[in-house]
Design a protein around this ligand. Structure first.
Ligand code: NAD
Ligand code: GLY
Length: 263
């Protein structure tokens, strides 16, 4: 992904052990301090191997947030700041977002604002976050009166999408992610829409090879748009296709009652 601040890679893999081996992300951690931010659903699934591997080289602390869109708020952001302050972490810290778009958006915003900006890495574990929210640097939290109303543009140092994490994702969440995949086809590429129609059954059946191809296509489309218009003064608005209604539904129905992709 080419951006004004820096360029960064998106690594797409099918091998869950990469999370534990961590060699993909180590080169993107510049200091000695690491704060892994995750939630109480993802932590039991994927935290331990990642944490253990990083502890061999870094001082690693963990911030586990409550799971849910309704917690994408100032209270949770303060929990991340508290963890950083209690550990006396400084500008050299790297935050790692391990989870879906909610964890990613909040971790990114904490990274953007702590000490006026520190590094962060995205490890997206939902389809939606792999194809959309982990890429492009939109970070933030919700306000009771509006979704994503407080935030910043702040790009990660890298994105590591491990397709095998989708094997534990609830089917409803997979479908919500597929909504964002279909969005790319509708705004960018009619041939991709045909490809999706041909491969939809395989994706729903969790064919990781096919899902990986879809994630790569979506990330390529998004990287192309972000490179042209990082701050959304023009063409990036295409990525919000459907989102005006979607955000109204999410806000009106109560955060978390309709999933982002469903809305
Ligand atoms: P989410 O982060 O709430 O994750 C969905 C659910 O799946 C959660 O319960 C989570 O704990 C669980 N989960 C995550 N990974 C799992 C796994 N591998 N196995 C089992 N369970 C797992 O939701 P989401 O759909 O990933 O993201 C939605 C959020 O992303 C919204 O807040 C939306 O505003 C935001 N978003 C941001 C951007 C952006 O550009 N920054 C783009 C699109 C959406
Ligand atoms: N999800 C819309 C964007 O990143 O611009």
């Amino acid at each position: 992904v080419k951006t004004q601040s820096h360029d960064y890679p998106i690594v797409i893999t099918k091998d869950a052990r990469k999370l534990s081996m961590s060699e993909q992300i180590v080169p993107f951690i510049s200091g000695q301090q690491v704060l892994i931010v995750t939630n109480d659903t993802v932590a039991p699934l994927y935290l331990q191997p990642l944490q253990s591997a990083l502890e061999k080289s870094f001082t690693v602390k963990v911030c586990i947030l409550p799971d849910g869109e309704q917690y994408k708020n100032q209270t949770s952001i303060n929990q991340i700041y508290d963890a950083l302050m209690i550990e006396h972490f400084n500008r050299d810290v790297t935050l790692i977002a391990l989870g879906g778009g909610v964890v990613g958006d909040m971790t990114g915003f904490a990274a953007a604002s702590f000490m006026r900006g520190v590094n962060f890495i995205q490890i997206p574990t939902t389809l939606l976050s792999q194809v959309d929210s982990s890429v492009g640097g939109k970070t933030g939290i919700n306000h009771p009166q509006g979704k994503n109303m407080i935030g910043a543009f702040w790009q990660p140092q890298m994105v590591l999408a491990d397709m095998s994490t989708l094997q534990t994702l609830p089917p409803r969440e997979l479908s919500a992610g597929l909504a964002e995949v279909i969005k790319y086809a509708l705004i960018m590429d009619a041939d991709f829409l045909t490809w999706l129609e041909d491969n939809m059954a395989a994706m729903i059946a969790l064919d990781l090879e096919i899902l990986g191809q879809a994630v790569q296509r979506c990330c390529e489309y998004k990287a192309d748009i972000v490179a042209q218009d990082e701050r959304e003064s023009g063409v990036r608005a295409l990525l919000n296709f459907g989102h005006t209604f979607g955000h109204v539904i999410e806000t009106h129905e109560g955060y978390g009652n309709w999933l982002h992709g469903e809305a």
